[in-house]
Design a protein around this ligand. Structure first.
Ligand code: TXE
Length: 502
């Protein structure tokens, strides 16, 4: 199959960047059965980078068969945890040895600045592989006291073939969050990266054999959602599916599971995370964290702090500082590989149009454009100015719906009770952030907010060993940390008669 390869000579990375462009099935790169391809675009220029093979249901069937066979013959609990862990660690080491190239490939495909790719995504991916490598030989059941004539214990067994579908905002990180816990627990994997950002997943696929995984244990199939994705979601031999993406598609995944084989579903979906800044906050710090919360990765982060509630006494001070920060980022917008770039493009023309549509709706709804609100003046690429809307009201679309772009909606509030009410007035429940120097208030408010993650005096940071997931319509189940182990294992209770005669 084909290769993508290009030479880069940039201030932050010099050298070749390459990956295979086929489907990775049963330990080999192959063309798609129906021969289709997908264009992969560089969002910083709008130009074609390469084409990759596009899987359809036929390829998914082949991959699932390969995975089932691998599960029966050369994986699952047949391979001791310590060996599974060694392979994951080897994979981590191979990733680490090539980490700058991975970071560069991610920058090319997503447009995110080098500092975010190399310093953020790559490190988190690496830590995730290492962390779950360590878990592989620590999957324990329990023995349960019943009576002297019986030994009862539990085994935490893998599901078998696990389907995984991931989005484009943190491509390699999402691969690591998905495949590392699945493999540590003895599952085999059929993963579909986003059709928009398949390159780092394919590059990682190129390391799977060298890490020692038997053929069929890991299968990576770029493809479109309604074809390859839907085939995974409804496949009768996939026993568990893990999905990260929009709430709308998450519903389809659950529906497909219900209509096919009731596969276990975990979902990590959209958000509209409230950031609450109280008068007793360290305002300078709150401003910086709020900016990180909504402008990092051009706002394309599921936990982005997109609703910013500011208490009335500090509203003006906050807005001055916040707008200065946003304007500063706007000046550092551009080439992901230029040193000092802080703000990149959004990922695609579709995403650009969607975000600009939300900006127009906010203007039409009467929100005040405090900063930005336009396409960035760069001549090419999908760049949007860091944007702040002031004086937003709860009914506005910009306050209700996930934008997934560099767009903050700021809302003024008076009291703690009122802001808790407003913050929880959403169907989402992924993240929240509270800024206050009063420890009682910090605990009280973070307890009262309906979200799977609460940050106090910080924002959006993830740790490989801390769980992530949603309340309400933001998701089902938890990823990362010890909690993810539970979502990739099923419990078998064993009763052994040690003497009862009947
Ligand atoms: O997401 P999709 P899109 C949100 C964000 C963004 C919006 C749309 O608000 O603006 O979603 O983005 C696969 N069966 N998030 O359209 O469709 C698809 O191929 C099976 C939040 O890109 O959810 C891709 O691999 N799979 C989010 C994955 O689903 C299907 C991250 C995600 O794409 C499918 C991304 C189908 N019928 C977007 N249709 C977050 N929470 O992090 C699509 N897919």
């Amino acid at each position: 199959t084909g290769m993508f390869a290009t030479e880069l000579d940039t201030p932050v990375y010099r050298g070749t960047v390459s990956c295979n462009t086929g489907l990775f099935i049963n330990g080999k790169f192959v063309e798609a059965a129906e021969g289709g391809t997908i264009d992969v675009i560089n969002p910083a220029t709008g130009q074609l980078l390469t084409k990759v093979s596009a899987a359809t249901s036929k390829d998914v069937d082949i991959a699932v068969e390969a995975a089932r066979k691998a599960y029966k013959t050369s994986w699952g609990l047949k391979v001791p945890g310590v060996q599974r862990g060694e392979m994951l660690m080897k994979l981590a080491n191979l990733l680490e040895a090539n980490i700058d190239e991975f970071a560069a490939l991610e920058c090319l495909n997503t447009g995110k600045p080098w500092s975010e790719s190399r310093g953020g995504d790559m490190n988190l991916s690496l830590k995730t592989f290492k962390y779950y490598a360590g878990w592989a030989d620590k999957i324990h059941g329990k023995t349960i006291e019943t009576n002297e004539q019986k030994l009862a214990y539990t085994r935490h067994e893998p599901y078998g073939v696990v389907g995984q579908i991931i989005p484009w905002n943190l491509p390699l990180t999402m691969v690591s969050w998905k495949i590392a816990p699945a493999l540590a627990t003895g599952n085999v994997v059929v993963l579909k990266p986003s059709e928009i950002t398949p390159l780092t997943a394919l590059k990682l696929a190129g390391l799977i054999n060298e890490a020692g995984f038997p053929p069929g244990v890991v299968n990576i199939l770029p493809g479109l959602g309604p074809t390859a994705g839907a085939a995974i979601a409804s496949h009768p031999h996939i026993r568990k599916i893990a999905f990260t993406g929009s709430t709308i598609t998450g519903r389809k995944i659950q529906e497909a599971s219900a209509k096919s084989n009731l596969k276990v579903v975990t979902l990590e979906l959209g958000g509209k995370s409230p950031n609450i800044i109280f008068e007793d906050a360290d305002i300078e710090q709150a401003i910086k964290w709020a900016a990180i919360g909504i402008f990092s990765n051009s706002g394309q982060i599921c936990v982005a702090g997109s609703r910013i509630f500011v208490q009335e006494g500090i509203y003006d001070t906050f807005m001055q500082g916040f707008s200065r920060t946003a304007k500063g980022m706007s000046m550092k917008t551009g080439d992901p590989f230029a040193s000092g770039t802080m703000h990149g493009p959004v990922v695609s023309q579709t995403q650009f149009d969607r975000v600009m549509g939300y900006i127009d709706s906010a203007k039409a709804d009467g929100a005040e454009v405090f900063v930005g609100g336009e396409r960035h003046s760069l001549s090419e690429g999908f760049f949007i100015e860091p944007t702040i809307f002031a004086d937003c009201t709860p009914a506005m679309k910009i306050v209700q719906e996930e934008v997934f772009g560099p767009v903050a909606a700021v809302i003024k509030f008076r009291t703690e009770e009122e802001v808790i009410e407003m913050a929880n007035d959403t169907n989402y429940g992924l993240g929240c952030a509270v800024f206050t120097e009063n420890v009682s208030r910090a605990i009280r408010v973070s307890n009262a907010l309906e979200a799977g993650t609460a940050w106090v005096n910080c924002n959006i940071s993830a740790e490989h060993n801390v769980p992530v997931g949603g309340y309400k319509e933001s998701g089902i189940g938890r990823e990362m940390g010890e909690y993810a182990i539970d979502t990739y294992t099923q419990v078998k209770a064993v009763h052994i008669n040690v003497g009862l005669k009947i």
